[in-house]
Design a protein around this ligand. Sequence first.
Ligand SMILES: [Zn+2]
Ligand SMILES: [Zn+2]
Length: 285
Amino acid sequence: MKGAKERRLVNYHTHTWRCLHAQGTEAAYVRRAIDLGFEVLGFADHTPWPYEDDFVSGMRMRLNELQGYLDTVAALRQRYAEKLLIPVGLECEAFPAYMGWLADIKAERLDYLILGNHYDMTDEGDHSAFDDAGGFYFGRCTRPEHVLRYAKRTIAGMETGLFDYVAHPDLFCHTYGVFDAECAAASRDICAAARALDIPLEYNLLGIQYHARGCEAGMLGYPCARFWEIAAEQGCRAIIGFDAHSPEQLDRLDIYDGAVAFLDTLKIERLPHLNRPGCVPRREE
Ligand SMILES: [Zn+2]
Ligand SMILES: [Zn+2]
């Protein structure tokens, strides 16, 4: 096992109890990260959206909880300033109607944003149903058209210029059976866009834990080796994300080491940290 310092542990993909499907307070994640020797622990909980109707999502904080999230992380950042860098961001889809709102929030209050393209829009119109209120979940792709749609929406998200990296870019593989021509085309398109726009792609450690637990057995799953071979060919840059939905998921340094070894084998450039104000470990500044 490597020592903590040798690993240079950073993670910008941490959830909290606020999203309703993760466990643990912000403080619990922070204490765990300090114990494990992390240099950076960034929070990127699932964003709330300013829905036009009274829809309440079951997988994200409510809009009126955003201030509490920001205040809580800010207090921890100050309290543990000597031990851990704690930037604050959000993980977001790229629903067009809300991108202006998101740009304002980012400029005023956030250190970074990650694109987590979980849900499709139900239509292209300006309506609040472009979200988990009724949109297709891209973690359930089973048909070629789902995969191609995922690629199209992911690239549109990258093109907004708002996102600092793409979370689980190969989410479309989660419940897909075989890596077919559409998967290859989607992977090439996503990776080419990431390269052209200079946006890193996340190698997602939560996906490995799903697969190791036997979730979606027999499916491709993510991270998908074939996707990452294409990312390497295209010259993409990678960043490892724990996508922690409980403090204990930060413990899996064995999986982290395996991810580093795999990416090194592919000779993909791995980002040591995000190059954004508030996101750079102190010793790199
Ligand atoms: Zn989640
Ligand atoms: Zn996530």
